[in-house]
Each structure stands twice: as C-alpha cells, then as structure tokens.
Design a protein around this ligand. Structure first.
Ligand code: PLP
Length: 396
C-alpha cells in the first residue's frame, strides 16, 4: 500500500474518495438497519424513509422532483436504460443521434444497437471539442427516437450546451438524454423547466460509492425500465434496493450541493494554477479543449515527444495518479477516440494525459505536481525511441 500522504491523487474523473460523512451515514444500513424497504412493519418503514430522504437530497442537487429519480446500479446502466426505453416504445423508429466523443457507456451501446439493425448518427466535434448545433439539428430525422449527448466530456472536461440541444429536440419532438456523469456535483444543474427528458449520473464521481447511479426521468416523459421484476422504484427499476449505497448517494448529493461554489472557485483555481505552471515550465505542451467551456476540475494536457502509456509508469513510480484519457481505456493501448475526433495530430493524441482535481485535493498536491511533472516529462523525452517502443509494448 502506498501511504496516502505520499500519493498525489489527480484522477478524480476516474473515481473519487468517499467522503467520510457519506461513510458515516451509510454504515447503519450495512449493520443494524437491514430491513427490506418494501416490508410493511416499522423496521422496513425506517429504511423506506431513508431512501425517500436520499431521493429528496438528490432531487435538490438536480433541481427536480424526487419522483423523477430512479436509482440504478451505475452511470452505465442509467445511460443504457434511457436509450433502450426510447427505442422500445416505437419499434419502427430506430434512429439514434449521439456524438463521436461519448463515454463507452453510450458509444459501445450505440455500436451494439447498430449490430441489431438500429441506425446511429455520430455527430463530430471541432478541434476544441465543441459541437456544432446546426449539425446536431441536421442529424435529427423523422425516424429519430432519441438524441443522447454528454453534458461534460470525461477526458477533456468540455461542456456541451445540453439545455440548448434539449430545446432543439423538444421543437422537433424527439427525446433528449444527457450523460451527466461528469457534470453532476461539479457544475450547477437545474432540471426544473429544462427540456431534458433523461439524465444519467454516478455516485462515485462525486464522493459517493461505486456501483450506485441514478437516472432522472422527466415526469412528462414515457419511460420503460430494462430490469423487470418487482415493483421497486415505482415500477421503473426492479430489484431490492441497494439501501446503504442509495443513502450514501443522497448524502454525497447533499455534500455536493453545499460545496458546489467551492468546486467553481477553489478547485478551478487549483486546475488553473496547474495549467499555467506547466505551460510556463515545460516546452511543447498544449491544453486540449482550451478554447471551449470546460469543467472547472479537468485538465487534458498533451506533451510533445512522449507516449502517455509509458508516462503513466513513471508517474506511478512517483505516486502521482493521473490517466491517459479515460480510466476505462487505461491499459488497452488504444489512442483516445475523443482526441482523435477532435482531429488533433497523432503525436498530440499519443502524448496526452488527464489530470482531474477534486474537493479533497489541497494546494500542496498542486505544488508537488507542478514540481514533479516537468521532471518526469524531461526524463521521458530523454528516453531513446527504442526504450520507448519496448516499454510501450510492455504496457499495452
Ligand atoms: N459516462 C461518463 C461520462 C463517465 O465518465 C463514466 C465513468 O467514467 C460513465 C459514464 C460510467 O459510469 P459508471 O462507472 O458509474 O458506470
């Protein structure tokens, strides 16, 4: 085990530390309060009320009604469920619009749908990662069932104007879903009065537990869940509730509501300080998505003349946790589909690293990173191409 004081955790888009207040709140539901929330006696009723409270807390963070929340097992399930539901209602209309830079929870699902005969349009982005709204509008056809576009990109932090896109979809009478897994807890969200039909989120991205997610389903939108069985979640997602994690998600949402302005100021200041210092100290550096509106915590940096897979080995030796694009792809050796869709030169794609800051980072983490990162990059650039090639095949 690496002593926690030696580690610099700059991978908060991969996952986040559980907030101690969240752990405290969930513990009784792993020990003494083990009743089934569907049971009619008081021991079950207490648990039911804890779930209701969690629903209210999450609804407060999202600016929606508690009844519009469906608890799920993760962000991936929520994304799958929204798209599947839309496709189930009208078996004739089988066209989906999404983007080329989505997380695999949407992208791979769409590829699987294509294999089953569904048509999918993947809208592209510009060099900064921005979407062209006219292109989104053009992609919508009479047989389009749903448009699914992420709120915040997990690799670059680039934000899509989802509220505007939702309006376009409403005018065209097409459902709109957003993968907001990276946005929730980092930027203000107010779903009341918005035209968004569905929104996916995941607890472990905002200091809650892994394996816990939710789907917002607008009260006027038709929804049919994919997991069929008991009548839990108002008949929208069957299976006995993961009570401790639901309670934890609720607490994490409450803590996020309280610290949203901190995310906008302190976390942003750490990220900006990091980027400014790296740009100043290291030559051949570019910030991906710098010309777009971004999440306050994310920094996708390309270093000329390095291979990100090899870089991660050295970063790990220095106990700096960061990633090459998304955590899901680390170790696959694949180049980032997000940066490729942004049409960045190959060298810039190969040399990209993602640093993502969070509530539990302090200035000392940033200062140590500013001191260590330039040294590691210098070391990497001194490696001969042969060494790089051997190391690259070892890590991929
Ligand atoms: N969508 C985005 C944008 C993500 O970043 C992630 C996780 O990294 C997911 C979906 C999947 O969420 P989960 O890990 O809860 O399945």
């Amino acid at each position: 085990m690496i002593p926690s004081e030696e580690m610099i955790y700059l991978d908060n888009n991969a996952t986040t530390q559980l907030d101690p207040a969240v752990v405290e709140e969930m513990l009784p539901f792993l020990t003494t309060s083990y009743g089934n929330p569907s049971s009619g006696y008081q021991f079950g009723g207490q648990v039911r009320r804890a779930i209701d409270r969690a629903r209210e807390r999450l609804a407060a963070l999202l600016g929606c009604e508690p009844g519009e929340i469906v608890f799920t097992s993760c962000g991936t399930e929520s994304n799958n469920a929204a798209i599947n539901s839309a496709l189930e209602f009208d078996p004739r209309e089988k066209h989906v619009v999404t983007s080329a830079v989505e997380h695999s929870a949407v992208l791979r699902h769409c590829h699987a749908l294509e294999r089953r005969g569904c048509e999918v349009t993947f809208v592209s982005v510009d060099r900064d990662g921005n979407l062209d709204l006219a292109e989104v509008e053009k992609a919508i056809r009479p047989d389009t069932e749903i448009v699914s576009l992420m709120w915040a990109n997990n690799e670059t932090g680039v934000l899509f104007p989802v509220e505007k896109i939702a309006e376009i979809c409403r005018e065209k009478r097409v459902l709109f879903h957003t993968d907001a897994v990276q946005a929730v807890g980092k930027i203000p969200i107010r779903l009341r009065d918005s035209a968004i039909n569905f929104l996916a989120l995941s607890a472990h991205k905002f200091h809650g537990p892994k394996g816990m997610g939710a789907l917002y389903v607008n009260r006027r939108s038709r929804f049919r869940g994919s997991i069929i069985g008991g009548g839990q979640e108002n008949g929208r997602r069957a299976g006995t509730e993961n009570v401790a994690s639901i309670v934890a998600l609720g607490k994490a949402a409450e803590r996020s509501s309280e610290s949203l302005s901190e995310e906008q100021t302190r976390v942003r200041a750490m990220r900006d300080r990091f980027e400014e210092a790296i740009l100043e100290k290291v030559r051949g550096v570019s910030i991906n998505g710098a010309g777009a509106t971004r999440l306050p915590n994310t920094s996708s940096v390309s270093f000329d003349g390095i291979e990100s897979g090899v870089a991660l080995v050295l970063f790990d030796q220095h106990h700096i946790c960061c990633s090459a694009g998304s955590a899901c792809r680390t170790g696959s050796g694949e180049a980032s589909h997000v940066l490729r869709a942004m049409k960045l030169p190959d060298e810039r794609v190969r040399g990209s690293l993602r640093f993502s800051f969070g509530r539990f980072n302090g200035d000392e983490d940033v200062e140590r990173a500013i001191e260590t990162v330039p040294k590691i990059i210098e070391q990497l650039r001194l490696l001969s191409p042969m060494v790089v090639e051997t190391a690259r095949s070892a890590v991929s």
